[in-house]
Each structure stands twice: as C-alpha cells, then as structure tokens.
Design a protein. Structure first.
Ligand code: B12
Length: 215
C-alpha cells in the first residue's frame, strides 16, 4: 500500500495522470491532514504531474482533451490547498492585479501565484484568462495596484505581454510589472520593458515583496 511519503506523493501524481479528480482531491486532503509540507505536495506531485502531461503532449502520446482532464484533476488537488496557501497573518502588503494574457487560456500557474501572493498578505485582483491589453490598462486605472502581473504559457501569446506592457506605458501607468509562465525568461522580461520576472510562485512572492518595498 501507499506507505512512504514518496509512495503517497506518487499516488497523487498518478491520480492526475489518471484524470481522477476525486482521488486527487482525497489524496491531497489526506496528505494535508498528515501535515506534509505544502511545497512538497505542489512540486513533487501536482506540478510534476503537469510537467509529465506536457512532456507526453510534446511527444504526441497525449492530446488536448487528456491535457484538459489532467488539468481538472490538478485543479481539484490545488483547491484543497487553497485555504492553506491563502491564509495569512501578515499586515496588508499591497495590491496586485494578475491575469493571463490575450488568447492564452492557461491559468493553473497564475492561480497558484495568486494564492501564494494572498498568503503573503497581498490583495489579489484576478482578471482571469485571455485578458486583452486594454483590459489590463482598465484594471490598472480601476484598482491602482502596486504591481501588475501577467502570465503566458504559449510562445504564441508572449507577444501579447509585450503589447500590454507597451500599452500600459503609453497610457502613462508607472506601477511595477512582473511577468512569468513556463516559456517566459528574464531576458524576455527585460526586452519588453517589464520590471521583473520570476520562475515560480515563491519567486513571484519574493519579487512582489521587493517591488513593493522599493515603492
Ligand atoms: C494544462 C495545460 C493545458 C490546459 C490548460 C488548463 C488550464 N486551466 O490552465 C489546456 C488543455 C487548456 C491547454 C491548452 C493548450 N495548450 Co497547453 N499545456 C498545459 C500543460 C500540460 C501544463 C501547464 C500547467 O498548468 N503547469 C503547471 C503550472 C503550476 O506551471 P506554470 O503554468 O508554468 O506556472 C508556474 C510558473 O511558470 C510561474 N508563473 C506562471 N504564471 C506566472 C505569472 C507571474 C506574474 C509570475 C511572476 C510567475 C508565473 O509560477 C507558476 C507556479 O510555479 C503545459 C505543459 C507545461 N509543462 O507547461 C502545456 C503547454 C503550455 N500547452 C501547450 C500547447 C501547445 C497548448 C495548445 C496550443 C494545444 C492545442 N493544440 O490546442 C492549447 C492552447 C490553448 C490556449 N489558447 O491557451 C504547449 C505550449 C508550447 C509553446 N511553446 O507554446 C505546452 C508547453 C505543452 C507542450 N509540451 O507542448 N494546455
């Protein structure tokens, strides 16, 4: 049976690859009850499973419907972690508007970043997915965030990040902009005039803290 921590994390990984929402939810809940470190559950089980799905998709052994079902199972597990990730006992740290860029529907990474930012004391306004540049600009006016975060998972939607930064600056908005998502790099962030890049959710929190401390 699934006894060691590795076995139990493997079982969560397998539940996602089996597209089994119920098992993913149940096993993550059981792991939380045991007091297992959240980052282990995330990195070694849930995110690892999405990486495997991405690899299989890349190899042509798994297709979009399966990718979608795996994403649903991953999200079921992530929802169990949400209350723990978002609970905070720190003072309000600032406001962050976050969204996935135009024509991009990937939101798992963005959601995770949002949850961890909330856990760090930030007020997070999530614009969702497929957010046109104009909608980011409107949100910057409406919410006056300290930091605006953009996520892109497709090389074909990264240019929409560039367009959004350009439109925000053209509009005169001078808050901080951070970008992320699997294909995004620090070099790309510099090139498009964003103020920062982070490779993962803890990195996004550290970056947002630096950005708000610097004022
Ligand atoms: C799940 C998934 C889907 C799901 C998305 C469901 C959902 N609700 O999100 C569905 C099935 C919808 C999907 C669709 C497609 N997908 Co897809 N998908 C994936 C997959 C397997 C996992 C992504 C994921 O959730 N990872 C887990 C999260 C936690 O990681 P993450 O998103 O990278 O986020 C972390 C960091 O990047 C960072 N981060 C993320 N956002 C931000 C933002 C900020 C501000 C900061 C600081 C940090 C940050 O922190 C996060 C936490 O650590 C990836 C493979 C992969 N390994 O990335 C392919 C992948 C991204 N998809 C791919 C493709 C091609 C597609 C489709 C075009 C397929 C098709 N032919 O239709 C469509 C496009 C749809 C669209 N218009 O968006 C390719 C992209 C190739 C490329 N170079 O562009 C990938 C890489 C698969 C592959 N190997 O080819 N996909």
């Amino acid at each position: 049976m699934t006894d060691t921590l590795d076995d139990r994390l493997d079982a969560i990984f397998d539940a996602v690859l089996d597209y089994d929402d119920d098992a993913a939810e149940r096993l993550v809940r059981a792991e939380l009850a045991r007091g297992t470190d959240l980052q282990l559950i995330l990195n070694d089980a849930l995110i690892a499973a999405m990486d495997e799905v991405g690899d299989q998709f890349g190899q042509g052994t798994l297709f979009v419907p399966e990718m979608l079902m795996a994403a649903r199972a991953m999200k079921a597990g992530l929802e169990v972690l949400r209350p723990r990730l978002t609970e905070t006992d720190t003072a309000p740290a600032g406001t962050i508007v976050i969204g996935t860029v135009h024509r991009d529907l990937h939101d798992i990474g963005k959601n995770l970043v949002g949850m961890m930012l909330e856990g760090a004391g930030f007020t997070v306004i999530d614009l969702g997915v497929d957010v046109p540049p104009e909608a980011f600009v409107a949100a910057a006016h409406a919410h006056r965030p300290d930091v605006l975060g953009m996520s892109a998972l497709l090389t074909t939607t990264m240019p929409n990040m560039r367009k959004t930064v350009a439109l925000l600056r053209e509009d005169g908005w001078n808050g901080r902009i951070m970008v992320g998502g699997a294909p995004v790099t620090r070099e790309f962030a510099d090139e498009i005039g964003a103020d920062g890049f982070a490779a993962d959710a803890p990195g996004a929190v550290a970056l947002a803290r630096r950005m708000t401390r610097a004022g």
